[in-house]
Design a protein. Structure first.
Lengths: 137, 137
């Protein structure tokens, strides 16, 4: 049981309109989707690079975790998302190994994926997301 | 001209011996290489996930950039490395677009790759590495 690939890398930015210029004009990537996720109080923009997406995250509220992240650490890399199969089983097994879960059961994330976050306290300071594409089940 | 994939994600850790447990025992990944890079004052450990490597970085000196990163921000995600073809040309073009380079010419990084870093001031706070596998030239 191991992740198949890095599904995406989340990057906290103050403004997607500003930040996307680097990914488009310097790296030559194409933004294929901009989506607001009301539940998480963020707007997202996605770019594909090989198997992996870059997900720019802009807070839509001062209470957004992304706004708090930027306040504490500044703009930058926010989380790594690993693609897995059988997310519920992953969460049970992971918790059984003593890892603190932020989400004890999967919830709906960007692009309709099932997602769950692990607490950075249990992962050496890295906010890690596990995610599963329901359409591939 | 765009990167082919995410070559690796660098993660700053206090101790590789401690941090690798999460990647091995929880994520089920295999550490296939541990390497010391004297020039950068770091020890590295690599894990493969799909196309992408997780590179754990442990400082071997208090003057290491990784030691300074941890002192300022704590353990966590340090940089994203994009795989490119024609690194020298990338650097010329990227600088021509107004991006501040940390390395104006390629240097030798872990695993014998040619690497160069872009300054986070020009990338929305993300330390970005461009790298090229010389063996694939």
């Amino acid at each position: 049981m191991k992740p198949t690939h890095i599904e995406h890398i989340g990057v906290a930015v103050k403004s997607i309109d500003e930040a996307r210029k680097f990914y488009e004009e310097v790296l030559g990537l194409t933004c294929y989707s901009v989506e607001e996720i009301a539940e998480q109080k963020v707007k997202t923009a996605f770019f594909m690079v090989g198997q992996t997406k870059i997900e720019l995250l802009e807070a839509t509220s001062l209470e957004s975790p992304v706004a708090k992240f930027i306040e504490n650490k500044g703009q930058g890399i926010h989380h790594i998302a690993f693609a897995v199969t059988g997310l519920e089983n992953w969460l049970t097994t992971t918790e059984g190994k003593g890892v603190q879960l932020i989400d004890k059961t999967p919830r709906c994330g960007a692009e309709g994926l099932d997602i769950a976050f692990l607490h950075p306290k249990s992962t050496g300071g890295v906010l890690i997301e596990l995610c599963e594409d329901k359409n591939k089940k």
